[in-house]
Ligand binder design. Structure first.
Ligand code: ZN
Length: 472
């Protein structure tokens, strides 16, 4: 672990003053909005009544102080120890943490928040969802922090989230997200788009040499010296009303995300690596979430053990399972467990009586899907040899390939140590394997896409040179 430490330094003079707790009033914000000439029509200027869906509309519920972060604090991040490879600046970032959060449950309130976010250079974004028993995640909450106010959007109550697209698309607003992939899927499913540009603080921390794959709580503790409450991670975000504890927890995620971002950004800029973090974050947007069902068998471990007809059965069952999981909105394993899928492919049963003998094939499951499985397996049994898929590659690589891969890895380890990065952050395994295989190929080696961008100059060209040398 790095020698980073964070300590809180009270703002001079702050201790004598009473805590300043900002409480925003919706009435005030309505006024502000009208003053800007963007009058928003509707009944939202009356408070204390009931909203259209019959939920109690308590104005004091919508906006309240955020007690854990009510004091402006100066957070100094310093770097200790002399073993750190490159010289790094001592960074003192002054951060003022947000003091309030608001709960947005009506379209008009969402519209107002969106107006407020126009032109914001940075927004912190997080989502809370549930997906234990469904294929598609159920979106429970969207949190947006602008550095002043944490806005908690209740997607169930608001309904139409499409106005948020403006925020997600705004090219001048950097969307800061921690460990973004799941949130990206949420936005893809809810709005058919990704937020961009984005900055993933997990990627940023890895490139700053703080550590790879660190969780949010750990990073906040390490960089900001703040211990976040645990215990709401396994909560039901679809329950209504959300509890005070849930809302506070959800707000904290975006309240602390901005100072974390600022601290990491300052360090990355001092290291000349800020662009690296933007590049690696943008690469996350290449993710696809609508996998081709015909490719689903690739994610099944153990498919490589099968001969060709068994493999055809794995392929067909996995494709069926993928389609059914989406259609029934059930997790893949609640449609057909992987072990049972592999058993079916191994035994290739033809008659209903055979199904009952297969471990894991419960009567309820057989009643639900048994006929379907048998129909699929009969089709597989009828396939001519020529229509069977080729065997999954199991050939052991040639010694020259292994030798080159080891050499490349060693080079990555050495360079990573020199520049203070984790080796897997500098170069993941896949491009190294791909590059080392080129030693056997007729084609001259080329840089795998993972080694393009900033990595090309830092490590890619060197690895390519080693691969070229290994061929001659
Ligand atoms: Zn969260």
């Amino acid at each position: 672990m790095s020698a980073l430490s964070a300590r809180r330094v009270p703002t001079p003079g702050a201790s004598e003053k009473p805590l300043k707790i900002k409480v925003f009033r919706q009435e005030r914000r309505d006024l502000d909005v009208r003053e800007k000439g963007r009058a928003i029509q509707g009944n939202e200027s009356t408070h204390g009544g009931s909203s259209q869906d019959g939920t109690v509309d308590d104005p004091n519920r919508a906006l309240r102080p955020y007690p854990a972060a009510s004091r402006p604090r100066r957070i100094e991040i310093r770097r200790g120890g002399s073993e750190s490879p490159p010289p790094r600046a001592t960074i003192a970032a002054t951060v003022t943490l947000s003091t309030s959060f608001e709960l947005v449950a009506r379209p008009a309130d969402l519209a107002r928040a969106i107006v407020r976010w126009r032109g914001a250079p940075v927004l912190a974004i997080d989502t809370e969802f549930v997906r234990e028993r469904t294929f598609f995640p159920r979106l429970g909450l969207i949190q947006v922090g602008d550095g002043t106010l944490a806005t908690l959007i209740d997607p169930v109550a608001v309904g139409d989230l499409s106005p948020l697209s403006e925020v997600l698309d705004a090219p001048g607003t950097l969307k800061v997200i921690h460990s973004a992939s799941q949130d990206l899927e949420i936005f893809f499913r809810a709005l058919g788009r990704f937020p961009q540009p984005i900055l993933d603080t997990q990627e940023a921390a890895a490139l700053a040499g703080v550590g790879a794959g660190l969780g949010f709580g750990r990073l906040v503790s390490e960089r900001l010296g703040v211990e976040l409450a645990k215990g709401e991670t396994r909560t039901d975000w679809m329950a209504r009303p959300l509890t005070e504890a849930q809302l506070t927890y959800a707000a904290a995620d975006v309240v602390y995300l901005l100072p974390l971002y600022e601290s990491l950004r300052a360090e990355l800029e001092a290291q000349g690596r800020w662009e690296w973090a933007l590049e690696d974050s943008a690469a996350l947007l290449e993710a696809t979430f609508d996998e081709d069902p015909e490719e689903a068998y690739r994610r099944i471990k153990g498919a490589g053990r099968f001969e060709r007809r068994g493999l055809a059965a794995v392929h067909a069952l996995a494709a069926w399972r993928e389609r059914e999981a989406r259609r029934r909105d059930l997790p893949r394993n609640m449609v057909l467990k992987e072990e049972l899928l592999l058993e079916l492919a191994k035994r290739l049963p033809k008659e209903p009586a055979e199904l009952g003998k297969i471990p894991g094939a419960h009567p309820g499951l057989i009643a639900r899907d048994g006929e379907r499985w048998l129909a699929i397996l009969r089709e597989v049994a009828a396939l001519p040899e020529s229509a069977l898929p080729p065997l999954v590659e199991r050939k052991k690589p040639a010694p020259a390939v292994d030798a080159l891969e080891e050499k490349l890895r060693q080079h990555v380890r050495q360079r990573a140590a020199e520049i203070g990065l984790a080796p897997e952050v500098l170069a993941s395994r896949r491009p190294l394997t791909a590059l080392s295989r080129s030693v056997e190929s007729a084609e001259p080696p080329h840089l795998p896409r993972e080694l393009l961008g900033w990595r090309q100059a830092v490590i890619g060209e060197e690895l390519l040179a080693l691969a070229r040398a290994a061929r001659s």
